[in-house]
Every structure is written in structure tokens, then in C-alpha cells.
Design a protein around this ligand. Structure first.
Ligand SMILES: [Fe+2]
Ligand SMILES: [Fe+2]
Length: 385
């Protein structure tokens, strides 16, 4: 390449560089002093000297969460054809068309591209009005949760260290955004009134959002995502709700994120054990219990025992919590006993003839694929075979 170079006096260049070096030393020195005195300082946790975020590259975290999420990134246009989403590339659309032309008429009937109106008709064929309302009531619970997951993961993105962890959280933000908008459209397709957040859900989600720093991982990636994973695992087999399988896969990665993060950037003893943090964690788990009473009648319409769902979900949350190192006043066996006690006490007062049931041994996730995903996340012993 031939460039018509321009003459610059080298002395001017050297003087400019000298001025910059002095200004840099003064500005950064002042910011370091401010940071030491806790009166401000540099806000960005970015290490431009090493071209890295503070905390280093964390390639393992990046590969496990960012790269994997990109590989598994799913398109709403492909999975919910009837929706308003147009997020496939032209090549992806061509592949879909090719796949379409390769199937015979009988198969086509099964996978026929549905339009919004057709999908509503399909739901009307499959479900009674009462069943549709029950599904909307249950799904909207997690629909509101997705809004908070989007908000919380956006904040956690600025709390984590390292380039890899930021990349991981960036994918979570992207996936939560997709969960919120796709689930919203799916719920609206049922054409039933969508309930507001209940008081219990409000307390759980607001307290999670207001948690300090990485403590948000407990409320969100352990409690709320444990709830979401269990719910999607239970509902994905219902006609018309097959897209929830994709949500289930995404949430399984999100629940694994805190353990992977803290294995590289361990919590201090105090962060794990401080009585205030433990009490706060316990106070986050407990509002989840009245939610089970709230959706009891809706789940019953769908043939699901709300307390079995609660037991199955609680067992998974306790496994995640213990794995990450989030203590919550009581050790896991005592928490298992206490939660079982509370669920049985509720049944004792509301279900005539109730006998003691080990709700925390229940498994409400259905579908071979979903169970296999959960076995990978929770280990063989924590998901019923
Ligand atoms: Fe989500
Ligand atoms: Fe999530």
C-alpha cells in the first residue's frame, strides 16, 4: 500500500506524548486516591492496561456460558411459527423451507406452520376456557418473573469480574429479554385475562432485585430460576407449549452460572456465612411457599398437585443453594424437614384425611429430555429417575 505520508515534527509528537503521560498520571492518580478514600474514583471495572475486564479473561466461564448459549441460541420464528417474531436469517428460513419440502403430507399436518389465528383455534380445540385460564394464571407467574430476570441480570452484569463472566451475563440478559417477549406473546395467545403479580411474588422479586451485589445470584439464579426451571419442565409437554423446552434449556444454564462463577471467584467466608445474608436468603425462600397456595387451584385444573410441584422445586433449589455455598441459617437436611413440615401442615389444615407425605421427594418434571437436562444440572440423586 502506498500512502502519501505527511511530515510531522517528531519533537511535537514527543511533546504531545509527554503531556498526555503527565495528564494520565494525574487523572488516574487522583481517581485511585478517590477510590481509596471511598469518595468516587474510576467507575468502570475495566483494566485497559491489560485490555481485559478486572478479574482476567475467565475463558472457562465464557466457553461454558457465552459460547454455549450462542451455539444453543434458538429463534422464536422457528419454534413459535405463529408468533409475530421474524428473527431467522434468510439462510435459516431457506433451511426451514427445505426441511418443509422434505416431509410428506401426513407429517406436514403435524408440523404445519401455524398462524396466530390458527394457533388460537388450536388452543380452543385443546383446552376448555377454565383450562386456558389456569395455564395463563400459572405461566404469567413466571412471565412476570422473566421481566425481573431481565432487570436483575442487567445489574449483575456490572457486578461480576472478568471478561468471561461478563460475556456469560450478557448472554443471560439477551436470553431473559427473549423469554420475556416470547412468553408474553404466548400467554396473550390464550386470550384470557392476565393476572397481575401476587403480593408473594412481588415481595420475592422486589427483594431479589434489591439484594446487594452478587447476592442477587441467590434470589435470581437459585430461587427464581429454580422455580422457572421446574415450571417449564412441568409444562413443556402440554400441547401448544412445546417452545417452553427451549426456555427450560436456557434456564438450566442460568441455574448453573453462580456455581461456575464462584468456583473461579470464590465468595468470602463472610459473604457465605454472614447472619444477615443467611436471614435474608431464608426470607427469600419463604415467600415462595404462599405462591404454591395461590396457584393450587389452577394447577389442580391441570391435574397437578401444587404441593408436589413445590416439593420437587424446593429440592432442586436446596441442591443449587448448597452447591453455590449460599448458607440459609439451616443445613440442607433441616431445611428439607422444615419445608416438608410446612407443606404438610398446610395440607393438614386444608385437605381432610391428609397423611404425611414426603413432598420434597416428588418429581413433577415430565418428558425424557427435560429430566435428562435436570439430571445433568442437579446430579443423579436430586432428580427422580
Ligand atoms: Fe428466563
Ligand atoms: Fe433465566
Amino acid at each position: 500500500m502506498n500512502f502519501a505520508t505527511i511530515e510531522i515534527d517528531p519533537a511535537v509528537t514527543r511533546r504531545n506524548a509527554r503531556i498526555e503521560r503527565r495528564a494520565n498520571a494525574a487523572i488516574r492518580g487522583l481517581d485511585r486516591l478517590r477510590a481509596k478514600l471511598r469518595i468516587g474514583g474510576r467507575k468502570a471495572p475495566y483494566d485497559d492496561l491489560n485490555y481485559e475486564f478486572e478479574g482476567g479473561p475467565s475463558d472457562r466461564l465464557r466457553k461454558k456460558h457465552y459460547d454455549k448459549s450462542l451455539r444453543l441460541l434458538w429463534k422464536a420464528e422457528e419454534h413459535v411459527e405463529w408468533s409475530s417474531f421474524r428473527d431467522c436469517t434468510r439462510q435459516e428460513r431457506d433451511v426451514l423451507r427445505l426441511a418443509d419440502s422434505a416431509i410428506d403430507d401426513a407429517e406436514r399436518k403435524q408440523v404445519d406452520r401455524m398462524r396466530s389465528e390458527e394457533f388460537r383455534g388450536f388452543l380452543d380445540e385443546q383446552y376448555t376456557t377454565e383450562q386456558k385460564q389456569a395455564i395463563v394464571n400459572v405461566l404469567s407467574l413466571i412471565g412476570h418473573g422473566e421481566a425481573y430476570a431481565w432487570l436483575v441480570s442487567t445489574e449483575v452484569l456490572n457486578e461480576v469480574q472478568s471478561t468471561g463472566a461478563r460475556a456469560a451475563l450478557t448472554m443471560q440478559v439477551l436470553e431473559e429479554a427473549k423469554h420475556f417477549v416470547v412468553l408474553r406473546e404466548l400467554i396473550q395467545a390464550f386470550a384470557c385475562p392476565i393476572p397481575r403479580m401476587s403480593a408473594w411474588e412481588y415481595v420475592l422479586l422486589e427483594r431479589t432485585f434489591k439484594s446487594d451485589g452478587l447476592e442477587k445470584f441467590f434470589g435470581m439464579n437459585v430461587v427464581v430460576e429454580g422455580f422457572a426451571l421446574s415450571l417449564f419442565g412441568m409444562m413443556a409437554g402440554l400441547p401448544g407449549l412445546e417452545v417452553l423446552r427451549q426456555f427450560h434449556l436456557d434456564e438450566s444454564r442460568h441455574t448453573a452460572l453462580p456455581a461456575n462463577y464462584f468456583s473461579e471467584f470464590p465468595m468470602t467466608w463472610w459473604q457465605s456465612n454472614s447472619p444477615r445474608a443467611q436471614l435474608r436468603r431464608l426470607s427469600l425462600i419463604l415467600p415462595a411457599l404462599p405462591i404454591l397456595a395461590q396457584v393450587e387451584s389452577d394447577l389442580a385444573v391441570l391435574g397437578i398437585d401444587s404441593l408436589e410441584f413445590g416439593g420437587s422445586m424446593s429440592r432442586k433449589i436446596l441442591v443449587l443453594s448448597e452447591r453455590v455455598g449460599f448458607k440459609a441459617l439451616l443445613p440442607k437436611p433441616a431445611m428439607t424437614w422444615l419445608l416438608n413440615r410446612l407443606l404438610n401442615d398446610y395440607c393438614q389444615s386444608t385437605r381432610p384425611g391428609h397423611t404425611w407425605t414426603d413432598f420434597l421427594a416428588a418429581e413433577t418434571t415430565t418428558g425424557g429430555e427435560e429430566l435428562a437436562v435436570e439430571r445433568e444440572v442437579f446430579g443423579a440423586g436430586s432428580v427422580a429417575a
